[in-house]
Design a protein. Sequence first.
Length: 341
Amino acid sequence: MHFLTSITTLSAFAAATLPITLAAPASSSLQPRADPFVGYLVSTFSDVTPAVQFHLSKGNDASSFSFLNKGQPVLKSTVGTKGVRDVFLAHDSARTKYYMIATDLDINAAGFNWDAATRTGSRGIVVWSSKDLVNWSAASLRTVESANAGMTWAPSAVWDDATSQFYVFWSSRLYADSDTKHTGSASLDRIRYTTTKDFVTFAPAKDYLALSDTPLIDQEFQYLGKANNFARFLKNETVNQVYVETTTGGLFGQWSRTPGYVRPESPREGPASFADNVTPGLYHLLLDDYTQYVSYQSTDPAKSGAWTASNYPNFPKGLKHGSVTPLTQKEYNAVAAKYPA
Ligand SMILES: *[C@@H]1O[C@H](CO)[C@@H](O)[C@H](O)[C@H]1NC(C)=O
Ligand SMILES: *[C@@H]1O[C@H](CO)[C@@H](O)[C@H](O)[C@H]1NC(C)=O
């Protein structure tokens, strides 16, 4: 029984009520930049060590990385479950405010089970902040979900220049307001969102994308180099496959589904996408095959079947759901000096 009987996608809802068109984030490799990007930083975790880990590319080579901090975590959660998964590094376009955000979930905890994790899981995200990528605040647990939500999974964020705030997305399932202990049946997993300027205070959570027939998790966006042009990657939890949609109308515009799935032959989750720093129009996509990240690439993200496996034999093993951030020389030098491999 789904207590939400009439589910509309927010793209339709928002068109009427929230005329938001997002300005181009600064992470576009197509825009002329005063500070060119010189490498990539992967923020990730592992099943055995649910803490934030950094891998830094060798220059702008998306196939070759060093495990920073001698393979030790750079940030450990001291709040909530004290474990983190689904790590995402967000920053403003001026690159003066960085936020590491993550799911608050320790699957190795005594008595852990997935059913409880989706009924009475954490409704907060773990947040660390920094002005320079190397001097980080202590961890905070910030509640972003309402009391009828079962969990808050896989947060990601997009900075909006026009409103000087972040849009923060995650997935959850919702229980009837009368079911305060969340023992009954829930809605399907859907994508939720809020806005924040500082990852301290947040607007009330709302639905972003809720389908009547498909549980959805693990959404991530990719800016496509032109104002309001984005791809988004979503996991269909019925088939455990990742699919792609694209828009020319901003995050709250109309989206078109690319038929099929990125890798229809086997289960994938946890997409992390990034533009190539060297080749305009080339995009990379990391997908977790339930053991580790596998690397794909495409010059036409909207085209069906366009993602091919990258021939990256040296790509690091064991990486899980994370994010990839292009770095300026100053940022690259800072993380390499603070967290030597
Ligand atoms: C690190 O950040 C804290 C505030 O979060 C600040 O007090 C301190 O001076 C900073 N240290 C360095 C070396 O920048
Ligand atoms: C998810 O997979 C199920 C099973 O194949 C299918 O019926 C449903 O339409 C899919 N939904 C999306 C959004 O891909």
